[in-house]
Design a protein around this ligand. Structure first.
Ligand SMILES: O=C(O)CCC(=O)C(=O)O
Ligand SMILES: [Fe+2]
Length: 244
């Protein structure tokens, strides 16, 4: 049998060796308590792209950027796997069900998405956020080339301990910086007709603390993270999950 991580972990460590466990970040508390404004959904593209402004207040975005700077971000090599979009940024990724749960239940998001005017948008019964949390930092010259986001199947942890089968239906992007913080460029740009066209593009400018949601999976719109030309763009990404 190949010496994989599992076979290695099977042997108990000697008493003097500290046990190595995958640690999740000590994400800063949501202070002041959220939401700071009534979360009202603004539709940018009907049934496909919506935003909540001031999802995080500016002060909290600042706290988060200071915190995220200390995480071990990894710069993406320029050469993507076949079929993957070119992404040139610094990224940190962690499976953190607790943080996903906090973002879902301690921010007003869960209630905002359950509103009867919007509940039909999400492609099923919403049950939480993808524990796969990604943090992006784009500095000058970095970008995320045009691509589509896939829907994934996930198993959400529940209080009873039995995993809840779910699938992702929308991408969530929480912008922590904007031109107000010296970040120039970095718009998330959507192309409604599956081709990059300046005439057709819908460019969403960064706003500090704004949460953007866009539909993904089979009718995901082609989109990109436009090049940042100055300052730093910071984003936290997760996905909305519905019951499967
Ligand atoms: O950074 C952005 O604006 C876009 C990110 C994105 O498209 C993704 O995470 O799939
Ligand atoms: Fe994307």
């Amino acid at each position: 049998m190949a010496k994989d991580k599992r076979s290695k972990a099977a042997a108990p460590p000697p008493a003097t060796t500290p046990t190595i466990t995958a640690t999740t970040p000590s994400w800063p508390p949501f202070k002041p308590s959220l939401p700071v404004v009534e979360l009202t959904l603004d539709s940018l593209v009907k049934d496909k792209v919506v935003v909540f402004r001031s999802f995080f207040p500016r002060s909290l975005c600042k706290d988060y950027v200071s915190f995220l700077k200390e995480l071990p971000l990894i710069t993406t090599p320029g050469k993507p796997k076949r079929g993957d979009a070119v992404r040139v940024n610094d990224r940190y990724q962690i499976d953190d069900a607790k943080f996903a749960h906090r973002l879902w239940t301690e921010t007003g998001l869960k209630e905002a998405l359950a509103g009867k005017d919007v509940a039909q948008l999400w492609g099923g019964e919403v049950v939480g956020l993808n524990p796969n949390i990604r943090v992006y930092r784009y500095t000058a010259g970095q970008f995320f080339d045009a691509h589509y986001d896939d829907s994934n199947t996930v198993a959400l942890k529940t209080e009873t301990g039995s995993p809840l089968p779910a699938r992702t239906t929308w991408t969530l992007l929480l912008y922590l910086t904007s031109s107000a913080d010296g970040c120039i460029g970095g718009e998330t740009v959507f192309y409604p007709h599956d081709r990059r066209s300046a005439k057709e593009e819908i460019a969403v400018s960064l706003e500090t603390g704004m949460l953007l949601l866009h539909k993904h999976g089979h009718d995901c719109m082609l989109h990109e993270g436009r090049e940042v030309t100055a300052g730093e763009k910071w984003v936290i990404r997760t996905d909305l999950c519905v019951k499967r």
